[in-house]
Design a protein around this ligand. Structure first.
Ligand SMILES: [Zn+2]
Length: 346
């Protein structure tokens, strides 16, 4: 019983490899954050160590231990907290050396040792080189599973020594149905979370247990609307604050750009009559109203400006300059041309 939802192609492939004894010694699971890479890796670890005939059963002592991270032969390697409790920025060589030592010992309680490297793109150069030696010389009954959202950030030598399997975002209907039937989320909430998750069930499940995620999204939406409806003085003041933040926390600024892109993309979908795939179904009326206000070409042009701004920031352009230009490009309330003839968007 595989816990992962969807990803049928990959699951079928792995199941067949298990049955025919043709498993690789190293896998690379590639897919966006929260799409289910870790769930699939744990499923595979369970299948390798399961005591039942139909593997993974999810019920034997081995499967249960793996599910609760208590199995001695299944280890997850990722970023660790250092002494100052600040998060490390890379997976270090010491972690890989420890893993190699552990891999050289026989399984302790199961039949397979499984090492899962989460966010493998964060391996330091030394750590990746060190790992490479292990990947080049397979050890019996030991499997390595690397997880990443972006395999182009990993050394090609590491990628080439793994069996690469890609996980794709799920359809909203698939997530909605899983939330409803497996996690008992009531229909309306399941529908909203499924649309907001961009195909990543893990995000929807985080939002189920953490109301703060939806709250944060609401605040971001209100702030963005405030900026769109505000005058240039307000816009520049906001961008000046963001530019200062950029030097301390780039992630926050990229997150804002992502949110902004998402928002204008929704308006674009309305304009071209694809409202059925829109995520923000909780603020539908507001978005319809906004979309009516702008011409299609203007929305498209601004989406391009957001993409450009992201690219320029990545190339170390002056953040204040980039963000100010973006503000100048953003369509404002003064541009709103009401009652423009529209294609039907319902
Ligand atoms: Zn089992």
């Amino acid at each position: 019983m595989w816990q992962i939802i969807g990803q049928t192609k990959v699951v079928t492939f792995l199941q067949r490899s298990l049955e025919t004894g043709s498993l690789a010694h190293a896998y690379l699971f590639v897919g966006p954050a929260h799409v289910g890479k870790m769930t699939l890796a744990l499923d595979l670890a369970k299948a390798l160590n399961c005591q039942a005939t139909e593997r993974p059963c999810g019920e034997c002592i081995s499967c249960q231990k793996i599910a609760s991270a208590k199995h001695a032969d299944v280890q997850v390697i990722g970023l660790i907290q250092n002494e100052n409790s600040a998060e490390a920025k890379l997976i270090g060589i010491d972690q890989i050396r420890q893993m190699q030592h552990s891999a050289s010992l026989p399984p302790f309680e199961g039949s397979y040792k499984v090492f899962i490297i989460d966010e493998a793109e964060l391996l330091s150069i030394e750590a990746a080189n060190c790992l490479l030696k292990t990947l080049e010389e397979p050890i019996g009954k030991v499997m390595f599973i690397l997880l990443t959202a972006n395999d182009s950030l990993l050394p090609a030598t590491v990628v080439s020594r793994c069996q690469r399997l890609e996980l794709h975002p799920l359809a909203a209907a698939e997530i909605e149905s899983a939330l409803n039937s497996r996690w008992g989320i009531e229909a309306e909430r399941a529908k909203l979370l499924a649309r907001l998750s961009h195909g990543c069930l893990g995000w929807a499940l985080s939002a189920v247990s953490d109301d703060g995620l939806l709250q944060k999204r609401e605040e971001e939406m209100d702030r963005l609307l405030g900026i769109i409806n505000g005058d240039y003085e307000e816009r520049f003041a906001y961008m000046a604050r963001l530019a200062v933040q950029f030097n301390q926390n780039r992630g926050l600024v990229y997150e804002m750009l992502g949110f902004c892109l998402d928002y204008w993309r929704v308006l674009l979908l309305f304009k071209i009559g694809c409202s059925y795939i829109i995520t923000n179904i909780d603020r539908l009326a507001e978005l319809i109203d906004m979309a009516q206000g702008y011409r299609l070409a203007r929305i498209k042009a601004f989406i391009e400006s957001i993409r450009m701004a992201g690219e320029q920031l990545g190339q170390n352009a002056n953040p204040r300059l980039v963000l100010e230009v973006l503000m100048l490009d953003m369509p404002g309330k003064e541009e709103v041309a009401r009652k423009v003839s529209l294609p039907s968007y319902r």
